[in-house]
Design a protein around this ligand. Structure first.
Ligand SMILES: [Zn+2]
Length: 114
């Protein structure tokens, strides 16, 4: 499944799955970020759960994401491993602009769609 993805998407997905994500919690371990605090809301540590499920700064994007994947967003593992979820995941990521600096444009459509 990973092999079908464009390089940037595959690389980000692998990082999200292994938790080696360019979010604060990871960067902090290596003293690359001064605090763990999420820049979006400044209310919580920026973990993968926070980014995908909780951060109020991305509510608008998340509402769209939830509508597209229904209850699946409750399981991060599912969202990160199901090919059908990926276009929605990347749409969310693109919408939040959170990884724009590191990965550029991540807009993506399902390769099976043509
Ligand atoms: Zn936040």
């Amino acid at each position: 499944m990973i092999a079908k993805l464009p390089r940037h998407h595959a690389s980000l997905l692998i990082q999200l799955r292994t938790c080696h994500i360019p979010l604060k919690q990871y960067l902090h371990q290596f003293k690359c970020a001064e605090s763990l605090l999420c820049e979006g809301c400044e209310q919580a540590n920026e973990t993968i759960e926070h980014y995908l499920q909780e951060c109020p700064a991305y509510e608008e994007q998340r509402a769209k994401f939830k509508k597209a994947v229904h209850r699946e967003l409750e399981s991060i593992a599912k969202v990160l491993s199901d090919l059908k979820m990926l276009p929605h995941l990347f749409e969310y990521i693109t919408g939040t602009q959170r990884f724009a600096e590191q990965y550029g444009d991540l807009s993506y459509s399902n390769p099976d769609d043509g």
